[in-house]
Design a protein around this ligand. Structure first.
Ligand SMILES: Cc1cc2nc3c(=O)[nH]c(=O)nc-3n(C[C@H](O)[C@H](O)[C@H](O)COP(=O)(O)O)c2cc1C
Length: 168
C-alpha cells in the first residue's frame, strides 16, 4: 500500500469509529431527477467553503445508488434538520426510494426542492464537481437561504442521532 492509500494497517471500521467522535449536524440534500421528482438523502459532509461569495460543498459517495440524480442536477438544496426530524433522518438514510412527498417541499430561487420546515435551508446552484477518492465533492453557489434560528437541531454523534440545543 502506498502512502496515498492511507496507513499500512488501515482498518476502515476503526477509522469510521474514530470519525464518529466528530459530532455534526444532520442535513437533507434535495435535488430533482430528469423527470422532476424530488429526491432527498441524509448527509453530514456539508461545509461552508466561502462567505463572499457564499459557497457550500458536500460529499457524495461514488457507490450511491442516487449518484446520477445528484451529479446531474443543476441545483440542490441543503436543509439542516430539526431535532424532531429523527424520522426524516431514518427515512432518507435508508437505501431504496427516497422521493420526497410534494407536500413537504417548496422552491426558492434555483428550482431545487427545499424542505418547508428546517433549521435552515440553503438553495444552491451547482458550481463544480470534483471526484475525490471514493466520493464526489459537489460545490454550490448559495442563491437563496432561510433560517429558523429558534429551533433545536438534529445532531449525529458516535453513530446516534442526538439533539443540539443552545443553553438559553
Ligand atoms: C448521519 C449520516 C450522514 C451521512 N452522510 C453522508 C454523506 O455526507 N454523503 C453520502 O454520500 N452519504 C451519507 N450518508 C449515507 C446516506 O444517507 C445513505 O444512507 C446512503 O446514500 C444509502 O446508500 P444509497 O445511496 O446507495 O441508497 C449519511 C448517513 C447518515 C446516517
Amino acid at each position: 500500500m502506498s502512502s496515498s492509500d492511507g496507513p499500512s494497517d488501515f482498518d476502515p471500521k476503526a477509522y469510521r469509529s474514530a470519525l464518529g467522535g466528530f459530532g455534526t449536524g444532520v442535513a437533507l440534500v434535495a435535488a430533482r431527477d430528469e423527470a422532476g421528482n424530488a429526491h432527498g438523502m441524509i448527509i453530514n459532509s456539508l461545509t461552508s467553503v466561502s462567505l463572499h461569495p457564499p459557497i457550500m460543498l458536500w460529499c457524495l459517495a461514488s457507490s450511491s445508488a442516487a449518484f446520477k440524480v445528484y451529479t446531474e442536477a443543476p441545483a440542490f438544496s441543503l436543509n439542516i434538520l430539526r431535532s424532531d426530524d429523527a424520522d426524516v433522518a431514518q427515512r432518507f438514510s435508508r437505501k431504496g426510494d427516497r422521493v420526497i412527498p410534494p407536500e413537504q417541499i417548496t422552491t426558492m430561487e434555483s428550482g431545487a426542492p427545499v424542505l418547508t420546515a428546517a433549521v435552515a435551508s440553503l438553495d444552491c446552484r451547482l458550481r463544480l464537481r470534483q471526484p475525490m477518492g471514493d466520493h464526489e465533492v459537489i460545490y454550490g453557489d448559495v442563491v437563496a437561504y432561510r433560517a429558523d434560528p429558534g429551533v433545536d437541531a438534529l445532531g449525529f454523534f458516535r453513530g446516534r442521532f442526538v439533539t443540539l440545543r443552545s443553553e438559553d
